[in-house]
Design a protein around this ligand. Structure first.
Ligand code: FES
Length: 141
């Protein structure tokens, strides 16, 4: 399979791996297609995402897209993060092989889920802001 240099770079040297113990929002999503899991931690100050970390039990393409996605939202506003699409992340990585496109949705969904968690913790209903998230099979036994 042919991966771009940027994908290989982010896969072999992923940015922002880890967790944030005192995170303001945590999102966890599972990929319905392959069963892989992504967890994203956000630190938010006012309207700005001051720090972001991720952990994944996912494939190389999931690692690369998450690494790139975290770089793209770090230091940005919540609105910017909500507007981030898996398409924009893939473009920033110079593309993914078609069979790997489903892997890139994990990062976008995990970020949205972490923002929803952030709003819930503030006592705000996240749905009008973040939209409806796919149900997490993992949590709804
Ligand atoms: Fe599961 Fe890529 S194969 S995220």
């Amino acid at each position: 399979m042919n991966y771009s240099e940027k994908v290989m770079d982010h896969f072999t040297n992923p940015r922002n791996v880890g967790e944030i113990p005192d995170a303001d929002g945590i999102g966890e999503v599972g990929n319905a297609k392959c069963g892989d899991i992504m967890k994203i931690y956000l630190k938010i100050d006012g309207n700005v995402i001051t720090d972001v970390k991720f952990k994944t039990f996912g494939c190389g393409a999931a690692v690369a897209t998450s690494s790139m996605a975290t770089e793209m939202i770090k230091g940005k506003t919540i609105d910017d993060a909500l507007g981030l699409t898996n398409k924009a992340v893939m473009e920033a990585l110079d593309g993914l092989p078609p069979v790997k496109i489903h892997c890139s949705v994990l990062a976008e969904e995990a970020i949205k889920s972490a923002l929803a968690d952030y709003y819930k913790r503030q006592g705000v209903d996240p749905e009008p802001i973040v939209g409806q998230l796919p149900p997490c099979e993992h949590c709804s036994k």
